[in-house]
Write a protein that binds this ligand. Structure first.
Ligand code: GLN
Length: 481
């Protein structure tokens, strides 16, 4: 079910929120053992919220399009009184004493929280294999990864184990799993959606966004998520449009740029072909497609793997066994307490990033690595800003390949890191980008395309995405489970 569809059914009183919520839990009980997307279920509170929504509606009142709609949050979103683990052993029993802004916004909109979704530990990963609580399976092929780090969200939406979900994206974690599971995912402009109540990974890159079954639903979710938050110092204090308002505007005469640097060696031929066909489709819809250049693209992944670990090493210093989460039972002294709690609490990928990040920030290496990476970041941003003066949006593949097999890349971090080669530059530049379904491989795995827009240009991306969606059928395909 989609947000819009269900919201209309609820309005016509064809179905009650309690009834639909119960049916989602039934489906979750059946399929979650196969997919492992949910880490925590909130059955009792969900049914209570659903009942309140139904009662409100019976009195002729509603809180808007999300009222009574069953959704789920990635387990990186802080939820008061609901376990929030970030898929890490170090937070295995963490019950936040406060509500994050996004969770509060969904509550206020009347949405029903079904549960919290699996992910890579601390959002570090591209395959969901780095969760401390087991991998998520791709609903299109259970031997394949769903993408990451928001793999639980992507799989849950694709398999319809929730109506819509949230994710976070530091280097591609909304868009890449969305592409690999045949759903829509938006990484908003940096600052558009609050980070207050997100467990921090790399604070200058982290951004929360919607993961949904189509563009309309993403717009409806953004209407709840976007906006100024005084609790986040990087939140933008600018008005929020109604994101559904411009969906149906024609795209006649709009210009799309295809960066020549994105068709690298290593890109899957079926992915390349799907993007070429999508570009042709846009031309038949009246858009102009031209080749553009983003010359510093090849430096994006290396720069990201200095900046993101550097920020992560600082952000994760707080998990010291004293203030948060896991504490080793019998420490010999304070140093031993830190060491054992962290060694036991963090998985191998998180440990690797902390070591890397600490190294690039250390005296003597700071200038050579961190400072240089920041300069590269500026060049990458400049590339985009120049290109976006000539075109309305940039069209690229979201990921270089369709979903790969579980275990295929776990021993080779570089191969894994390259999964985000097309998404990482966007985070470095702070721009918004939308991923949407645009084809299938011969093996039956989804392929996604990415539309990159100007700062605060989410509306335009929705408009361009919606036009394509109306003209194609890809987004309608659902996995047979
Ligand atoms: N896969 C990238 C990483 O491991 C991006 C993760 C993300 O966007 N959270 O860092």
């Amino acid at each position: 079910m989609k947000v819009k569809e269900l919201s209309e059914k609820l309005a016509r009183k064809e179905i009650a929120s309690v009834e639909i919520t119960e049916s989602y839990f039934k489906k979750i009980e059946k399929l979650n053992p196969k997919l492992n997307c949910y880490l925590t279920l909130c059955k009792e509170s969900a049914l209570k919220t659903a009942k309140e929504s139904d009662e409100r509606r019976s009195k002729g009142k509603t809180l808007g399009p999300l009222d009574g709609i069953p959704i789920a949050l990635k387990d990186i979103f802080i939820t008061e009184g609901v376990k929030t683990t970030c898929a890490s052993k170090i937070l295995e029993n963490y019950n936040p004493p406060y509500e994050g802004t996004t969770a509060a916004a969904f509550k206020k909109a009347g949405a029903v929280l079904l549960g919290k979704l699996n992910m890579d530990e601390f959002a570090m990963g591209s395959s969901n294999e780095f969760s401390a609580f087991g991998p998520v399976k791709n609903p299109w092929n259970l031997d394949c990864i769903p993408g990451g780090s928001s793999g639980g969200s992507a799989a849950a939406v694709a398999a319809d184990l929730c109506v819509a979900a949230t994710g976070t994206d530091t280097g591609g974690s909304i868009r890449q799993p969305a592409a690999l599971c045949n759903i829509v995912g938006l990484k908003p402009t940096y600052g558009r959606v609050t980070r207050y109540g997100l467990i921090a990974f790399a604070s200058s890159l982290d951004q929360a966004g919607p993961m949904t079954k189509d563009v309309t639903d993403a717009a409806l979710m953004m209407n709840v998520m976007a906006g100024f938050d005084p609790m986040d110092s990087t939140s933008l204090n600018v008005p929020v449009p109604d994101y559904t308002a411009s969906l149906t505007k024609p795209i006649n005469g709009l210009k799309l740029g295809i960066p020549k640097e994105y068709f690298i060696d290593g890109i899957d031929s079926e992915v390349k072909q799907a993007i070429e066909i999508a570009a042709k489709k846009y031309e038949t819809l009246g858009a102009k497609v031209e080749t553009i250049s983003l010359p510093h693209t090849k430096y994006a992944v290396p720069a990201y793997y200095i900046i993101a670990p550097a920020e992560a090493s600082a952000n994760l210093a707080r998990y010291d066994g004293v203030r948060f989460g896991l504490r080793t039972p019998k420490p010999e002294d304070l140093l031993d307490l830190y060491e054992k709690s962290r060694t036991f609490g963090f998985g191998p990928e998180v440990t690797l990033r902390i070591v890397l990040g600490t190294y690039v920030l250390s005296t003597g290496y700071y200038d050579a690595y961190y400072l240089k990476a920041q300069k590269v970041r500026t060049l990458i941003k400049k590339d985009f800003l120049e290109a976006l003066q000539k075109v309305d949006a940039i069209l690229t593949p979201t990921a270089p390949t369709p979903a790969f097999k579980i275990g295929e890349k776990t021993d080779d971090p570089l191969k894994m890191y390259l999964s985000d080669i097309f998404t990482i530059p966007v985070n470095l530049a702070g721009l918004p980008a939308l991923s949407l379904p645009c084809g299938f491989s011969k093996a039956g795995l989804p392929i996604g395309m990415q539309l990159i827009g100007k700062h605060l240009g989410e509306e335009k991306l929705f408009q361009i995405g919606f036009a394509y969606e109306q003209a194609t059928e890809w987004h309608k395909r659902r996995p047979a489970l």
